[in-house]
Design a protein around this ligand. Structure first.
Ligand SMILES: [Mn+2]
Length: 306
């Protein structure tokens, strides 16, 4: 990837689930040296500070956790994302995965404005394809893919004028999918690559096929990287650990292939909970993965002892 203006945007959003701690994520990325790592690769990096949600009032108790706050974040983030995409490549330092409700909403508006198709690569143990009605936990961080593809039931949220067609979405690293989500997704043509598939066929082939499609369509590529895409043994700082995730090498391969493709136009880093980390190793792993997406080769790195 050639040198590129990158804007770091902190999103201390913690309303997408009940367990707290993701609000510390942006500062953990700063502490772990995200900006410096990208500058070392020749990129022009600006830290835009943190976003705040639009004004909101706490709602009455209902089965959804922090609905009004999550809607307020969605409104603010959509505006910020659309503006940022016009001049730079934004990296949204989360914050929980509910932030994608807003970031991808804004990126989709930008894509429509420049008349290019938006593709989304969802690196996650989960599909996050719930609706506010189908979620059993009431945690809205499990709904962004449902919202962004235009599923019904998101009346409290901003309308979705540019839903992302399912055939422009690839989900990679899946290993915890609720029955409802599976049944709904099986009716779509989303690219659905679970860990079983990765074990049997490798991670490169399906990713490369997806990236080829983005290239052929002259598309924009938004990548949403959840900490739980990685195996919890290498990335423990997440509230939703699921054993059997991607190895550090698989993670770097994915990011290096994204770099080689030259397609990346926006990135979310989500679900880092520094309260659960071990001496910053998860934040560091996420910074290293991000650096791989922007040109660093793993072979350049010195051995590090934990
Ligand atoms: Mn997840």
């Amino acid at each position: 990837m050639p040198p590129h203006p990158i804007h770091l945007i902190g999103v201390p959003m913690d309303s997408g689930k009940k367990r707290r701690g993701c609000l510390m994520g942006p500062d953990a990325y700063r502490t772990a040296g995200l900006a410096e790592a990208l500058r070392d690769l020749g990129h022009e990096v600006r830290d835009d500070g943190n976003v705040s949600p639009a004004p909101f009032t706490d709602g009455t108790a209902q089965h959804l956790h922090a609905l009004n706050e999550t809607v307020a974040w969605t409104q603010a983030l959509s505006r910020v994302a659309q503006t940022a995409c016009a001049t730079a490549l934004p990296i949204f330092m989360g914050g929980d995965h509910a932030l994608a409700l807003g970031t991808v909403h804004g990126v989709a508006a930008h894509a429509a404005a420049v008349d290019r198709p938006l593709f989304v690569l969802w690196l996650d143990a989960h599909t996050d394809y719930h609706t506010p009605q189908s979620t059993a936990s009431g945690n809205l961080h499990g709904t962004p893919m449902g919202y962004l593809t235009g599923r019904a039931g998101f009346d409290a949220f901003p309308p979705v004028p540019h839903p992302i067609p399912h055939d422009r979405i690839a989900m990679l690293g899946l290993r915890s999918v609720d029955q409802h989500e599976r049944a709904a997704l099986e009716k779509t043509d989303v690219t659905y690559i679970d860990m079983r598939h990765i074990d049997e066929h490798g991670i490169a082939k399906p990713l490369s096929a997806f990236l080829d499609r983005v290239t052929a369509a002259n598309g924009l590529l938004h990548v949403s990287l959840d900490v739980d895409f990685l195996d919890p043994s290498i990335a423990p700082a997440v509230g939703t650990t699921v054993p059997g995730g991607a190895t550090i090498r698989e993670g770097h391969l994915v990011m290096e292939m994204i770099c080689d493709s030259g397609l990346l136009t926006s990135l979310d880093l989500v679900e880092l909970n520094p309260f659960l980390d071990e001496r910053g190793r998860t934040a560091q792993a996420m910074v290293d993965l991000t650096a791989s997406a922007f040109g660093r080769r793993v072979f350049d790195r010195p051995t590090r002892a934990y």
